[in-house]
Design a protein around this ligand. Structure first.
Ligand code: AMP
Length: 493
């Protein structure tokens, strides 16, 4: 099949041709005619299958009759809305719309959060036919009345599963309510859970299902491998893999933002070029990190699941799961970053004993066992050094010292935490609560040493009330010391 047989306008075919695409991918071959026939569609497709062009090309085609060079904003109402879960994906989709629509007088706007809303408002005021947005920022525009969705004919939900995971359901419900009921709906998702089906059934009209890969199946061109490795050795193993295999472009996944940052810093200390991308970084930092990674300036990009959505890199050869995800669907998404557009990729997971249950869930979803690779001898392992070197006290540098250094650091950190905890326990003597609120208690008992357990001395007058830890801050209830010591009330002070 050729693009020419898909009834696309010459302007669109020209832009497609410039991209060097010779024939539609399977999802494009199925989705383009269905969308042009005004059907609602549910597309089950991974990123990397060409799904963006699968909905962008027919969307542009359906808007060709409305393309106008008029400068009047009234001639450019919003006619198509594409919602994506992340800013990165929104930016990529918008770029695709611009690329494929470059020969058509249609206007596009990109609306996402984390950046100043004013320029977005200005672009909306000029009139825009195609809006690509993240749900939160679109709601901001709706609230500020800087966008009017009453003429939208097409709605696209891209990576709908992730939108649900990220808790965008309430925002989506509000956005749906702002759209005209008569419209065409396209929903794309790499995985099709029951929740997604429920969402789809709630707003779509008899959707046509288009599925190009086995449901929840990661890209077929990807080789999956697992190293079973203790958590403490993961860093050394990662550094070893990157160095020994001379990996030039690796997307590395962590579960938590702070771990992504920490790992990127450790890798830089190892002399590797690495950076991190996650939701706590500003949009400009994320864009810079992504650009540096795409252009090869930085070889290792450490990402969290959410931040990595929408990262579109042709021929990304390696994805390394430094920590495997705790939901198997996220594994599918992660792996979807490699093996894209026909290029082979490798997905390597470093799995600690604590993560084995997660691995089993992933294998269940994939319906196969992932190949285990033997753990290479890592620097820092005693056996790695030949006996002669061990005897001579030879200390190799590189990963060997990196591991032992790292292990030492982690252990000393753990020891420090343990000690801090223990000493905290010792200090938590009977009057510790008073110590923590000295401004309340100390002025009343200037002679009292609160750091020691209470011992009445003969030389000291017995103070018969002490403040105890207030149940509610601010409500300090005095209790008789005698009662605390089990003495009977005498009626005397
Ligand atoms: P997507 O699944 O939309 O993220 O697309 C994955 C990659 O495939 C993108 O880098 C596209 O540029 C590329 N691509 C899309 N359609 C085609 C096609 N028909 N032929 C070759 N590459 C394509």
């Amino acid at each position: 099949m050729s693009f020419a047989s898909l009834n696309l306008a010459p302007e669109i075919l020209r832009a497609v041709h410039e991209q060097g695409y010779t024939e539609p991918t399977p999802i494009q071959a199925q989705a383009i005619p269905a969308v042009l026939n005004r059907l609602d569609i549910m597309g089950c497709a991974q990123t990397g299958t060409g799904k963006t062009a699968g909905f962008t090309l027919p969307l542009l085609q359906l808007l060709v009759p409305f393309a106008s060079s008029s400068t009047s904003p009234a001639k450019h109402p919003v006619r198509a809305l594409v919602l994506t879960p992340t800013r990165e994906l929104a930016a990529q989709v918008e770029e695709s719309v611009r690329t494929y629509g470059k020969y058509l007088p249609l206007r596009t706007a990109l609306l996402y959060g984390g950046v100043d809303i004013k320029p977005q408002i200005k672009s909306m005021q000029g009139g825009v036919e195609i809006v690509v947005a993240t749900p939160g920022r679109l709601l901001d525009h709706l609230e500020q009345k800087s966008i009017n969705l009453s003429q939208v004919q097409m709605l696209v939900l891209d990576e709908a599963d992730r939108m649900l995971d990220m808790g965008f359901m309430p925002a989506i419900t509000r956005i749906l309510a702002a759209l005209p009921p008569m419209r065409q709906n396209l929903l794309f998702s790499a995985t099709f859970s029951e929740d997604i089906k429920k969402l789809a059934n709630g707003f779509m009209r008899n959707p046509t299902m288009i599925e190009v890969a086995r449901r929840n199946a990661p890209a077929e061109l990807v080789t999956h491998q697992v190293y079973e490795v203790p958590a403490l050795k993961k860093h050394a193993l990662l550094a070893h893999l990157v160095k020994s295999r001379d990996m030039q472009q690796v997307l590395i996944f962590c579960r938590m933002k702070r771990d992504a940052d920490k790992l990127a810093r450790q890798l830089v200390r190892d002399g590797l070029s690495a950076t991190a991308i996650h939701g706590d970084r500003s949009q400009s930092e994320r864009s810079l990190a992504l650009d540096e990674f795409k252009t090869g300036k930085v070889k290792l990009l450490v990402a969290t699941d959410v931040a990595a959505r929408g990262i579109d890199i042709d021929q990304l050869p390696f994805v390394i799961n430094y920590e495997i995800p705790n939901t198997p669907e996220d594994y599918v998404h992660r792996i979807g970053r490699t093996g894209r557009a026909g290029s082979p990729g490798e997905a390597i997971s470093l799995v600690s004993p604590e993560e084995m249950d997660y691995l089993h869930s992933i294998e269940k979803l994939l319906k196969r066992e992932i190949t285990r690779l033997p753990l290479p001898l890592l620097g820092g392992d005693r056996e790695t050094r030949p006996p002669r070197e061990r005897e001579s006290g030879f200390q190799p540098r590189s990963t060997a010292s990196a591991l032992s250094e790292e292990e030492r650091r982690e252990r000393s950190e753990q020891r420090r935490l343990r000690e801090a905890k223990d000493s905290g326990r010792t200090r938590r003597a009977p009057f510790q609560p008073i110590e923590r609120t000295p401004s309340v208690t100390l002025p009343s008992y200037p002679h009292f040493d609160f750091s020691k357990p209470y011992e009445p001395s003969k030389s000291e007058p017995i103070v018969d009330t002490v403040a105890v830890k207030p149940a509610h801050p601010g409500k300090n209830i005095p209790r008789p010391v005698g009662a605390l010591l089990g003495r009977k009330k005498t009626g005397k002070v």
